[in-house]
Design a binder for this molecule. Structure first.
Ligand SMILES: NC(=O)c1ccc[n+]([C@@H]2O[C@H](COP(=O)([O-])OP(=O)(O)OC[C@H]3O[C@@H](n4cnc5c(N)ncnc54)[C@H](OP(=O)(O)O)[C@@H]3O)[C@@H](O)[C@H]2O)c1
Length: 239
């Protein structure tokens, strides 16, 4: 991969103890960025920190993105580095598995889905925007899903959170029209990760993308942005 980002820039990547987030952190560290990451399971995050910390300036903070205090800690870490150039809202939940039909979707599951997949990214964006602006622009990436648009049975709750995240991303971009802050919505497609195994345990792993390929494609899509708002299907970037 060429260097698509500036060494010394600062990124926040949520949900980076495994899967896509971890591979994004790996690539960004390789390009000389300071990368601030999180994950709820402190042990898993520590293991990722041990592996990735050798590659560069990694800050790992255990916590739940749905906790505004934790979100403040992520932004405070970027403030201590003096800037923020890239915010990737990647952490996400399926709510419960097996995924329920809409009829079986309990209010508590729905509340968790919206708290993690929608309210948390909005809160992180709110808290990060002053620093993004002060750093001269930067990019907000919200990781969504084809379930935001397609009517897959049992994916209604999760899909609704991603559809809402996509819409709020469009509105945000319109509101940021007079700034240098850009917004990208990215649908990664099916990846060989824990989330996919939890959702569809009998999927053939050979048919799924390795998250390292997806990370490469997403960073390429960010670097190639031409418009203040874009929606990308990574399946089109690999092609
Ligand atoms: N995998 C796919 O096929 C697929 C398809 C379409 C879209 N996506 C999207 O791609 C993104 C990455 O998914 P993935 O497959 O890489 O997921 P994954 O393997 O399950 O990894 C999720 C990461 O997020 C962390 N996380 C989960 N909930 C969190 C919370 N409340 N606060 C902080 N961290 C949290 C997890 O650690 P802890 O559990 O320790 O917190 C983990 O590090 C998600 O937005 C997902 O919706 C995935």
């Amino acid at each position: 991969m060429g260097n698509w980002f500036e060494a010394g820039h600062v990124a926040i990547v949520t949900g980076a103890s495994r899967g896509l987030g971890k591979e994004l952190a790996r690539e960004l560290l390789g390009q000389g960025l300071c990368v601030i990451v999180d994950g709820r399971d402190g042990g898993a995050l520590e293991a990722a920190e041990k592996e990735l910390g050798r590659l560069g300036d990694l800050v790992a903070i255990a916590g739940d993105v749905a906790d505004p205090e934790h979100v403040r800690g992520l932004v405070a870490a970027a403030e201590r580095r003096g800037r923020l150039d890239l915010l990737i809202n990647n952490a996400s939940t399926l709510g419960e598995v097996p995924l329920p039909t809409v009829e079986a979707l309990e209010p508590q599951t729905l509340a968790t889905l919206f708290a993690v997949n929608l309210f948390a990214p909005i809160e992180l964006i709110r808290q990060a925007l002053p620093l993004l602006r002060a750093s001269g622009g930067g990019t907000i990436v919200n990781v969504t899903s084809d379930a935001a648009a397609e009517a897959y049975p049992t994916w209604g709750g999760y899909g609704a959170t991603k559809a809402a995240l996509e819409h709020v991303s469009r509105v945000l971009a319109a509101e940021l029209d007079d700034t240098a802050v850009r917004v990208l919505v990215a649908d990664p497609g099916d990846m060989n990760t824990q989330m996919h195994r939890d959702a569809i345990p009998d999927a053939d792993p050979d048919t799924l993308r390795d998250p390292s390929e997806s990370a490469w494609a997403l960073l390429r899509a960010i670097a190639g942005m031409r418009e203040p708002f874009e929606r990308v299907r990574l399946a089109e970037v690999y092609a």
